[in-house]
Design a protein around this ligand. Structure first.
Ligand code: ATP
Ligand code: MG
Length: 421
């Protein structure tokens, strides 16, 4: 679990701002659900034989009433609970997005943390392929907006429950024939969740899973038509994709379309975003049946990829650093700085440091102004102040140009101090 400190936190805020603006363009609205949910919500929603439920959840007992609670390992189950609880689909579909921390007890490594952050989008109440495609286009637009490249889109269709059942029987029969090649985990999952065996990372089992019966060959006409529609919309919009028949995703709740955005630039944790359709989840957790589709991206991995690709995230810098030669001027300086801030100017005011000598020398104050990144210094010298003036000095254009401004005309000149961003 990491602390996120400045200046790094500015990158998080930058990303979040980009996401908010983009979600508004697709008319997705923000939802905020609790970090803690009753454990059975995840067990029922994600499926008992999944990595998350089997070994990754932070679960504990409420000391007051003995209720089993869990720190959310993902947000879809909570969103679906909220949608059902507040009858949010009574007048049609809902498009929602969230951002926030998730918790999984995993072995920490690059791109894999125990508290990590997801941004997710969910569309509930819409059965059509156009909404699957909309969500993929939305994620794709985000990569463009962030300036990310070399992300490939893998898609697959998991079909409908009856089709999966037929495939499952064929798959179990096939795997039983090759039981000697299965590892312990695969043997354990053979009858509980054989589809997940296809997702194995064990190299010794690769050729076995490569030749296994493919779910896609068991899909009926309707499922195939849904899948084709998604692909056609992506094609029409210039989004490249590749069918990965082994893509099954970690949670049990998916059906029809599933997808992942993957990069080769992050080592073995290359999936930055994953999602799909989950038409049976709402019913599964006790709500009125409704179709749904969504995705979640890993914020840490997206930020790591931005760094890897050398994308420049604008740093947060003040417009102005206020230099205060004498503490006696502080009341006037503070009220002036406050008026500037009302005008929208970002001002960092010099302040005395613990253990320092009062406000410090002009030289040390200018040094602070320089490291702050401020574009201008405003020098509140006693002499200027007594004449109702302040000195404005440019710090970044190389000229060091200096001029005086009248305090009573601040509303006129303050807007010129603001940087464009
Ligand atoms: P993985 O196969 O890497 O474990 P997952 O299938 O468990 O991923 P999802 O539950 O689909 O992941 O979560 C969506 C995204 O959240 C992932 O694609 C990844 O970017 C991110 N993510 C998942 N687990 C972690 C983690 N422990 N630390 C950081 N990011 C994570
Ligand atoms: Mg995982």
């Amino acid at each position: 679990m990491n602390d996120i400190l400045p200046p790094d936190s500015a990158k998080w805020e930058w990303l979040e701002d980009k996401v908010r603006a983009l979600m508004a363009r697709y008319a997705y609205r923000n939802i905020r659900t609790p970090i803690v949910e009753p454990t059975p919500l995840f067990v029922r929603g994600l499926g008992e034989v999944t990595d998350i439920v089997e070994k990754e959840m932070y679960s504990f007992e409420d000391r007051l009433n003995g209720e089993q609670l869990t720190l959310r390992p993902e947000a879809t189950a909570g969103v679906v609970r909220a949608v059902a609880e507040h009858n949010m689909l009574y007048e049609g579909g809902k498009r929602l997005f969230y951002m926030g921390p998730m918790f999984r007890h995993e072995r920490p490594q690059r791109g894999r943390y125990r508290q990590f952050h997801q941004i997710g989008a969910e569309a509930l109440g819409f059965p059509g392929a156009e909404v699957d495609a909309e969500l993929i286009l939305l994620a794709n637009a985000l990569w463009c907006e962030l300036g990310l490249k070399n992300i490939r889109l893998e898609i697959n269709s998991l079909g409908e429950p009856a089709e999966r059942k037929a495939h499952r029987a064929a798959l179990i029969a096939y795997l039983e024939q090759h039981a000697d090649v299965l590892d312990d985990e695969a043997r354990r999952r053979l009858h509980s969740n054989p589809l997940r065996i296809l997702d194995t990372k064990n190299p010794a089992m690769q050729s076995l899973v490569d030749a296994a019966p493919r779910l896609i060959d068991f899909l009926g006409a309707e499922s195939l038509a849904h899948f084709s529609s998604v692909k056609a919309i992506l094609n029409a919009n210039g989004v490249e994709w590749r069918v990965n028949p082994r893509l099954v995703r970690g949670m049990d709740y998916y059906n029809l379309t599933v997808f992942e955005f993957v990069t080769d630039q992050l080592g073995s944790q290359g999936t930055i975003c994953g999602g799909g359709r989950y038409d049976y989840l709402i019913e599964q957790i006790g709500g009125k049946p409704a179709p749904a589709v969504g995705w979640a991206l890993g914020v840490e991995r997206v930020l790591e990829l931005l760094k890897e690709q050398g994308c420049v995230v604008p740093a947060l810098v003040p417009d102005v650093y206020a230099i205060v030669p004498s503490a006696a001027s502080l009341p006037l300086v503070i009220s002036t700085v406050e008026r500037l801030r009302v005008q929208g100017v970002k001002v960092q005011m010099h302040a005395a440091l613990a253990g320092g000598d009062g406000m410090g020398s002009m030289k040390s104050q200018f040094k602070k102004a320089d490291t702050s990144g401020a574009v201008y210094a405003l020098i509140f010298g006693e002499d200027e102040l007594s004449r109702g003036m302040v000195t404005l000095k440019s710090l970044r254009d190389g000229t060091g140009a200096q001029s005086e401004r009248a305090l009573d005309a601040l509303v006129d000149w303050a807007p010129h101090l603001q940087s464009v961003s």
